[in-house]
Design a protein around this ligand. Structure first.
Ligand code: HEC
Length: 727
């Protein structure tokens, strides 16, 4: 089978030979060799068999049910007729790309307790394929190499430095020369960020780069690049909660320079004055760091968000390409992180070429093109001295959902979200190690702010209502659009509104003149890439967040996408999503011209009135219920939004059997394999009784309300606020 991999090597030189002379220009054609399609990850294909003129004939070729109701975020890879992709918790799959026949599947033994510190669902963003192996990271932070033919593990290496902390891993690994690189996640808990590079053949750790320094009292830093970084932190920083900077998504190898570009995460805790009391830039938070692929040493860095205060990660996908800037042809990286700017940097040295604002923003007022620094505006955005409304919001102007770069039109095409947060400190909360969303800042999205305001305590309500940004909130609380943007000017060429802030599917652009994008309303859509005109939509009945991709096998072009609701805010299933109407049947969906209709998952039955809860145990008092509520919000609410149609159980609707098994489930891990952690290490039997008392009380109230609604013929589906991230 040498020729098989030989063919692949021609298309992806970097992945095969570590060839430092390889170029990023080899755009995707029949094969789609990385989750981003090509080495530069432009999510663009040169295939044009499916095009403007015939896309209306697109229909289903095959689909595969992955047996999960949790989020799917990966973009598959296709090499010579075989599709490789990943699913929840780092499962991996190989399919015959023409027929959908499953060739193998790999289901790692994952320590599901890790879900307690996985903020944003048990997702995985893809595989890397090279040298006859498929590389995937498991949710609990193991880097695994599988035999591409059989799916059998070849090696498995621990990518977590300290297993007593809240590390997890959700990104796609990146092959960089002779190593495969993976980052960690968990900045919301007590985690310090790093990327680890393992030998492709043996799995031996070759180097590791920490994105933030450690407590200087522990002695010298792990590597010399951290000594200058340390100067940008208060020596009395909250080292005990890690500092953050977790590089949980974008890692791009540039074979032309031999550099690995890594997007680093937000600070933990969020407020810089709580993290590093004397302030400072807190390098390398919110940055692109460029590392030598052979040694892991820092070659250049560009910090997009100095002294991050607002959960502005720079982990969003990067695109490596080439473009003419001010008359000069340059190798560039395009990057739109959460903070609202779209940057164009020279990828050889990190020189800033452009920084255009895509959305309303008030944490910074532009970027000084000489120094490369944003002009920070603490008077509008430092919330530690009183509530503020800060744009963009913590879910970011952009997030992990991949954008496409179309080399024909020079347009950057992806979802952009214009939304803000009301942010304030929550007195009495202190960041603690390994706790759910470890922050003492509360965030309210402006999408719902006017509805939430009246429910807040009057001083807080009035302070927020008095902010000048309320004008922005009243004009346009939030909007999410698919946009085609000129990266050199930041100007939008065309845009299409999306369903809401949760609806921001990844994009694919093709030489067939098309842009494909899925929506959580369950539709896959094809637009004319020149105008944004809708040319075709297919109802799949399943929410789509992941980016579509395309490939050709046996003379036929296919378009594939992974479909399922999930990711950040996963327990909050928006009423306009397909998951609300038809559940969340995680699938791979593959289309071709003259394909058939997509079999829709059956509609969920109408919501039934919550069943009667059992009687409270003797001795339960209002204090018990209050205590149970506090414990619930501190430990359980991350996953249980207690809303109807949530993809995790609505605990206000527990059956008699569930109530009877409550302690077995909560304390002793009866449902652990399905992602419901066990709590006997943190909660006593008495604590769990108190939580149960709170839920029984809640269920009784909900049942009474719903019986009343039923009597009056009102629907049981409450519109409900979307996410209220008042952690
Ligand atoms: C990391 C996410 C997560 C956290 C945190 C979490 N749960 Fe769960 N829980 C789940 C998932 C997922 C299920 C569904 C498991 C299944 O499908 O079998 C579940 C199921 C349950 C069930 C069974 C419900 C039913 O109707 O079948 C109970 C009871 C429960 N959880 C209670 C709790 C309590 C109490 C806490 C806090 C102490 C908690 N959970 C924290 C994810 C979580």
């Amino acid at each position: 089978m040498k020729s098989f991999w030989g063919a692949f090597c021609l298309l992806a030189l970097a992945a095969c030979s570590g060839g430092q002379d390889a170029k990023v220009d080899g755009l995707a054609a029949d094969n789609w060799v990385t989750p981003g399609g090509d080495v530069g990850k432009s999510h663009y294909s040169t295939l044009a068999d499916i095009n403007r003129d015939n896309v209306n004939k697109l229909g289903l070729a095959w689909s595969a049910d992955l047996g999960t109701n949790r989020g799917l975020e990966a973009t598959p890879v296709v090499i010579d007729g075989v599709m490789y992709t990943s699913g929840v918790a780092g499962r991996a799959y190989a399919f015959d790309a023409a027929t959908g026949r499953e060739i193998w599947r790999y289901e790692p033994q994952v320590d599901m307790q890790v879900n307690r510190t996985a903020c944003c669902d048990m997702v995985n963003r893809g595989v890397a394929v090279a040298r006859g192996k498929v590389y995937v990271a498991t949710l609990d932070g193991w880097m695994v190499a599988l035999d591409a033919k059989t799916g059998k593990p070849v090696w498995r290496s621990d990518a977590v430095v300290d297993r007593s902390r809240g590390d997890n891993s959700t990104g796609a690994p990146e092959v960089a020369g002779d190593v495969v690189v993976i980052g960690n996640a968990g900045a919301e808990y007590d985690v310090r960020g790093y990327v680890s590079a393992f030998d492709l053949e043996t799995g031996k750790l070759v180097w590791r780069f920490f994105t933030v320094p450690r407590d200087p009292k522990l002695g010298p830093q792990d590597h010399p690049d951290l000594e200058p970084a340390l100067k940008t932190w208060d020596p009395d920083s909250r080292w005990d909660v890690g500092g953050g900077g977790t590089p949980w998504d974008a890692i791009n190898y540039d074979p032309e320079s031999g550099l690995v570009l890594v997007g680093t995460g937000n600070g933990g805790p969020y407020a810089v004055s709580r993290r590093s009391p004397k302030g400072g830039d807190n390098l390398y938070l919110g940055s692109i760091v460029a590392l030598d692929a052979k040694t892991g040493r820092l070659k250049w860095h560009y910090q997009e968000t100095p002294g991050d205060n607002w959960d502005y990660t720079s982990t969003q996908p990067m695109i490596l390409t080439r473009m003419k800037v001010d008359g000069e042809e340059r190798p560039v990286v395009l990057h739109a992180p959460k903070n609202g700017f779209l940057y164009v940097l020279d990828r050889r040295d990190g020189k800033l070429l452009r920084a255009n604002a895509l959305v309303r923003m008030n944490w910074a007022n532009g970027v000084d093109m000489k120094t490369g620094r944003p002009n920070l505006t603490p008077e509008s955005s430092d919330y530690t001295n009183g509530p503020k409304i800060v744009f963009p919001a913590s879910p970011g102007a952009r997030n992990w959902h991949p954008a496409a770069y179309d080399p024909e039109t020079g347009l950057y095409i992806g979802t952009v979200q214009d939304m803000g947060n009301a942010i304030y400190m929550t007195p009495g909360r202190k960041p603690l190690a390994r706790r759910m969303l470890n922050n003492d800042a509360a965030l309210l999205f402006t999408s719902d702010l006017e509805a939430i305001l009246p429910t807040l305590p009057p001083p807080l309500r009035d302070a927020i209502a008095a902010r000048p940004e309320m004008k922005w909130v009243k004009e346009n609380p939030a909007s999410t659009e698919l946009r085609a943007i000129d990266p050199l000017t930041g100007k939008t060429r065309w845009s299409r509104p999306m369903g809401g802030w949760q609806d921001r599917g990844g994009a694919l652009a093709t030489a067939g003149g098309l842009v494909f994008q899925g929506s959580i309303d369950g539709h896959l859509r094809a637009f004319d890439k020149a105008s944004g005109k809708l040319l075709k939509e297919i109802d799949t009945g399943t929410a789509i967040l992941a980016a579509p991709m395309t490939y050709k096998v046996g003379g036929t072009q296919y378009v594939a996408v992974m479909a399922a609701w999930g990711g950040g805010g996963f327990p909050y299933v928006p009423p306009y999503s397909a998951a609300y109407r038809r559940g969340n049947k995680g699938r791979v969906l593959v289309f071709r011209l003259d394909g058939g209709p997509v079999p829709l998952p059956p509609a969920l039955p109408p919501l039934a009135v919550a069943p009667a809860p059992p009687r409270q145990a003797p001795g339960v008092t209002p204090q018990t219920i209050m205590q149970g509520m506090t414990l619930f919000f501190g430990n359980c609410a991350l996953c249980h939004s207690n809303q109807p149609r949530s993809i995790t159980p609505d605990l206000r609707r527990m059956s008699e059997g569930t109530h009877a098994a409550f302690k077995e489930i909560v304390l002793r891990g009866l449902l652990l394999p399905n992602g419901m952690p066990r709590w006997d290490d943190r909660l006593s039997e008495k604590d769990v009784d108190a939580i149960h008392a709170y839920l029984i009380d809640l269920q009784a109230k909900v049942r009474a309300e719903e019986l009343e609604k039923q009597k009056r013929g009102l629907p049981l589906d409450a519109p409900g606020l979307t996410i209220l991230s008042n952690y």
